[in-house]
Design a protein around this ligand. Structure first.
Ligand code: COA
Ligand code: ZN
Length: 317
């Protein structure tokens, strides 16, 4: 396998995850989670989104969250915006990086942001201008890049058309999103091999959902193609409220555990990450899909059953 030495994880649980929580999570608890993540060494955090508060009431406290987090030097704090109004709010709130969203399929874009793709791209052009004036980089996300819950397969040529316009408007990075967890590793390879050579200057991110247990295999495929940036959510929180059947992102601590086991660095303290996931489970009041929090890391050892120790051949243990 051709694996990188280091990858950059962007935690999206407090946005992609908290946006869909049925009970409003109080601002102080959102702030606590963001601060625990930065203390665990997570290098990038998509803290919240600046969207219409009626459309996503769970994140209506975006400004307050940004104002109250403890900014850890070196941590990059991003937020998602759908339009220039969101970008202005995000800049005022002090985000470091602006994440945008548009879908590769018309149906999902209409369901998600109530606009055609063309209208969204027009709004994102305005976002680009706001970001440039403020000196903030833009990472443009493309939802349903590997398939749409309404339309089915999305051809790579369609993703390419959207990416071309996002690059034109000044996006430094593109985040390809498998919004409903339909991608498989072969498809990820095909899409990335189609796109990466065409946009030499772009930093690519893969945003996965683990809806069908294919997120980590897809991340492996993307690493083989040279991608080193991945979104993940603590505990595996998440889902898109505007995509039926969507469930959580790849679980951050499971991904970090897998990467560390393969000697790929993340800069993240796994024990602190697992402690954060435990706290998030308390906050949302239920167990989350992550596996490492249940199984423990692969180095975990159990006490020998009674009697076995005495019968072990010499030199074992
Ligand atoms: N933040 C706050 N308010 C916003 C806003 C933003 N980013 N963008 C628009 N508005 C306000 C407008 O000011 C206007 O307010 P008014 O009625 O008081 O004049 C109102 O919303 C309607 O504006 P319009 O441009 O017609 O927006 P819309 O109602 O069609 O909604 C979006 C479009 C994009 C704002 C909305 O669909 C949205 O926020 N979607 C986000 C979905 C999401 O987060 N999905 C999950 C992420 S993948
Ligand atoms: Zn997502």
């Amino acid at each position: 396998m051709r694996l990188p030495k280091h990858v950059t994880i962007c935690e999206v649980g407090t946005r992609d995850g908290f946006q869909i929580e049925p009970e409003f999570i109080p601002t102080e608890l959102k702030v606590e989670v963001v601060d625990r993540l930065s203390e665990a060494g997570v290098p990038r955090i998509e803290v919240t989104s600046f969207v219409h508060p009626r459309v996503v009431p769970a994140l209506r406290d975006a400004e307050a969250v940004m104002a109250k987090i403890a900014r850890r030097p070196g941590t990059v704090y991003a937020a998602l915006v759908p339009n220039d109004k969101g970008a202005l709010r995000a800049v005022d709130a002090g985000v470091d990086v602006i994440h945008t969203v548009v879908s590769a399929s018309e149906s999902h874009n209409l369901a998600n942001v109530n606009m055609t793709i063309a209208d969204s791209l027009e709004k994102l052009r305005a976002v680009g201008r706001v970001a440039r004036r403020a000196g903030k980089p833009v990472i443009a996300g493309v939802s349903t890049s590997f398939g749409c819950p309404f339309e089915g397969p999305v051809p790579p040529s369609q993703v390419e058309r959207v990416v071309t316009q996002l690059v034109d408007m000044g996006a430094q990075g593109i985040s390809l999103a498998d919004t409903t967890g339909v991608a498989n590793p072969l498809q990820v390879t095909r899409v990335l091999e189609h796109l990466i050579p065409k946009f030499a200057a772009i930093e690519w991110t893969l945003h996965t959902h683990d809806t069908r247990a294919m997120a980590i295999p897809n991340i492996l495929a993307a690493m083989e193609c040279g991608v080193t940036r991945f979104d993940a959510s603590i505990g595996g929180l998440g889902g898109c409220p505007f995509a039926p059947g969507a469930s959580g992102n790849v679980c951050t601590e499971d991904l970090v555990h897998c990467l560390h086991a393969m000697e790929i660095g993340t800069g993240i303290d796994l024990a602190r990450l697992i402690a954060t996931s435990t706290r998030v489970q308390e906050i949302v009041g239920r167990a989350l899909p992550g596996q490492i929090i249940k199984a423990g890391p692969s180095q975990r050892r159990y006490p020998l059953p009674d009697g076995v120790a005495l019968r072990l051949p010499k030199g074992v243990r």
